[in-house]
Design a protein around this ligand. Sequence first.
Ligand code: FAD
Ligand code: NAI
Length: 475
Amino acid sequence: MSKNFDVVVIGGGPGGYIAAIRAAQLGFNTACIDEWKNEKGGPAPGGTCTNVGCIPSKALLQSSEHYEHAGHAFKDHGIDVKGLSLNLPQMLGRKNTVVKQNNDGILYLFKKNKVTFFHGRGSFVKGDANGYEIKVAGATEESITAKQVIVATGSNARALPGSPFDEELILSNTGALAITEVPKKLGVIGAGVIGLEMGSVWRRLGAEVTVLEALPTFLGAVDEQIAKEAQKLLAKQGLVVNLGVKIGDIKAGKKDVTVDYTDDKGNAQKAVFDKLIVSIGRTPNTTGLNAEGVGLKLDERGFIAVDGDCKTNLPNVWAVGDVVRGPMLAHKAEEEGVAVAERIAGQHGHVNFNTIPWVIYTSPEIAWVGKTEQQLKADGVAYKAGTFPFLANGRARALGDTSGMVKFLADATTDEILGVHIVGPMASELISEAVVAMEFRASAEDIARICHAHPSLSEATKEAALAVDKRALNF
Ligand code: FAD
Ligand code: NAI
């Protein structure tokens, strides 16, 4: 096996494995090093996203939604389900199978694209513009060289000071995806993306869920009108979200966790939970890389410092994904991976941060791209807004899911689309049309004039675009 590579990627998550595949496609002799282990100690490439993030969370979101629908939503469709019961081991087993299919898929893609895979921890030994020596510490230890290095080492869950994750009572995303018995009372600290998704899963499966959030506003980064609608819909489902709290002491006992906090009115509160998920953001992962040994610069928050092209301070060393600035999203990591591989090949890879979509996979889903109304106001941009409720969409009625709306924000003068915000069924799929439109710098009128299939949820997108010009047809 060759030990001298053109490109070595450290980290096999969405940023790393995609960068490796693209580099190989471009003709580089490429290796990818990843240390993630499956339960048998074997390789499990795909990073956080595949193993304890995007994929297993969506598997459980889907299963728990089926369970909830079977419980009551099916009745409305004339389907009576008798003797409904939850088989949690089967549900978790299915989730693990889905994860393994993705791990195996990545190993297959490495083979197909002739990427050499190393299972172990990669760290810098030494190097300069002429090349780098990298140590791989796995079942055996070996040394490889690279002309170009792409660091894609991802991120880890942030714990509350003094309350480390034990994954039994105080859970990170890893433990939150592997609870073996539905907790009666589940506490969640942080009403961000993980808090709302994981809170939804366990509420649907029967837990009484209380989410404690430090900020006084719900989903502050989301368009205010959409966030308010989402807050109302999630509250109706029984997800309790307490805003403006200050977390105090957390005590893990033998079987439960006690959380002392101050509520938004300044009153001292105490809550006892069977399990506590802490989802207060993630920190970049650079441990074990020997960044300091080779002088790889980190920024003040511990991310690898990069410029707009993902170049680090070291010649021919690049970094992508969660370990660098920007949204911690798998598709952002992937796009950066592709762009870097193409730049190494002398091409002009580019990532447009303004058109990166966000999705929160609650029910209904929340998805957006571009600017929110509050951002446009703060920036002093003159805009027009148009909204269309799913209540007035035929397909949503047929589905039995009419919650939420589509909202368009367009420039008041040019009509260029500046932002699209959706809360409603299949928002994760619907948002793609808005991303394409914004990439092509389309106007709201462009979308309004495109023929959309009937009956489809995407007609709500067209109608919201029409509403920008106050001429929605079905509302
Ligand atoms: P990672 O996926 O973290 O991969 C880094 C890899 O590098 C890991 O395998 C790690 O073991 C390995 N590694 C680290 N250091 C070394 C080393 N020195 N040597 C060898 N290997 C090393 N994003 C979305 O876009 N959509 C979602 O639906 C979504 N859901 C999520 C749900 C949860 C619960 C969580 C926690 C995250 C979710 N995310 C989602 C975020 C997404 O997982 C991350 O943005 C994405 O995984 C980042 O990719 P990455 O390649 O930068 O890093
Ligand atoms: P987050 O940044 O989405 O949310 C963290 C929340 O915790 C914030 O609302 C914050 O105000 C709150 N918080 C912080 N400190 C607190 C404290 N001491 N007490 C109470 N509340 C506190 O982070 P989260 O949910 O941990 O997710 C991490 C990242 O993973 C996300 O930002 C996202 O990038 C990614 N992710 C993406 C998903 C998706 O795309 N669907 C799904 C899950 C995660």
